[in-house]
Ligand binder design. Structure first.
Ligand SMILES: [Zn+2]
Length: 280
């Protein structure tokens, strides 16, 4: 869209193991209790250290390298004890697996559903500058925009559209606006057209996105809401991620600027949308 606001008017262009107890050890472990005689009467303590030492000498720990290299005895679990190196490798693999899992779940756009997101419906008054009331008979696509008005909120943009009927600055609007906290404001029913995407106003639904980042990229909250809303609309109107386009794809304008300058990020977004509705 073309978003204009006061002096800030801009051209839109958007894881040992079984501790040492695995010393077979454990069989000897019982021996240790018999080889250890503790008496406290008369404030004396007598230890059958002889037996204890024999026990120690005949019951080597499985951590012993020799035991590790020959057929090692099984502990109570019936499983062979593991060498220190093996345990270390297992621990590292587990840490790696956990790290990958955490990364995937933190990456924006992952684990987003295609359920209908919360939407604050604040429809514009029907007027020729922003809500012409013209039916949108067939939805063939979804067009993503950025507001080109850094730091503005979803409601700010909605009110800007509403006031165009008085200011007559331009004709502009969008069906949905997503704010930097991920909030979604709906301005126009999906059964009517919006003034947002030029030649595609007649067969597409438009989504404007707010942003704070200087490069025009959407923050995680905005991005996740965009993925969910787009996936929800795809499911509702029988579309696929191929039908989700940028304003740039319609007119060549740098909108949404970050996703025009970074096509790989745009493709990531489309992949996230597809993942969301495919999982539904
Ligand atoms: Zn645009």
């Amino acid at each position: 869209m073309r978003f204009l606001k006061g002096k800030d008017r801009k051209e839109e262009n958007s894881i040992c193991g079984r501790s040492a107890r695995s010393h077979n050890g454990i069989t000897g472990g019982r021996g240790s209790s018999t080889g250890y005689n503790h008496k406290s009467a008369g404030n004396t303590h007598k230890y059958r250290t002889g037996n204890y030492k024999r026990f120690e000498s005949t019951a080597p720990l499985t951590h012993d390298r020799g035991a590790a290299q020959s057929g090692r005895p099984a502990d109570r679990t019936g499983l062979p004890a593991l060498s220190g190196k093996t345990k270390l490798i297992i621990a590292l693999l587990l840490v790696l697996a956990i790290s990958i899992t955490v990364f995937l779940h933190q990456r924006p756009g992952r684990a987003v559903s295609a359920d209908k997101p919360p939407i604050d419906v604040e429809l514009l008054t029907v007027n020729s500058y922003s809500r012409p009331g013209i039916p949108l008979d067939k939805v063939n696509g979804i067009v993503v925009h950025y507001t080109a008005n850094q730091h503005s909120s979803a409601l700010d943009n909605r009110n800007y559209f509403e006031n165009l009927q008085y200011t007559h600055v331009t004709k502009a609007s969008a069906h949905f606006i997503i704010g930097t906290e991920g909030e979604i404001v709906q301005c126009i029913p999906t059964a009517e057209i919006a003034y947002a995407s030029n030649s595609r106003n007649g067969d597409t639904i438009s989504i404007e996105c707010c942003y704070d980042n200087d490069d025009g990229s959407f923050n995680t909250a905005t991005y996740n809401s965009l993925v969910q809303l787009a996936a929800y609309l795809c499911a509702r109107f029988g579309l696929t991620s191929d039908d989700v386009i940028r304003h740039y794809d319609v007119t060549g304008k740098l909108c949404p600027i970050y996703y025009v300058k970074h096509p790989d990020k745009w493709q990531d977004f489309r992949d996230d949308v597809e993942r969301a509705y495919s999982a539904a």
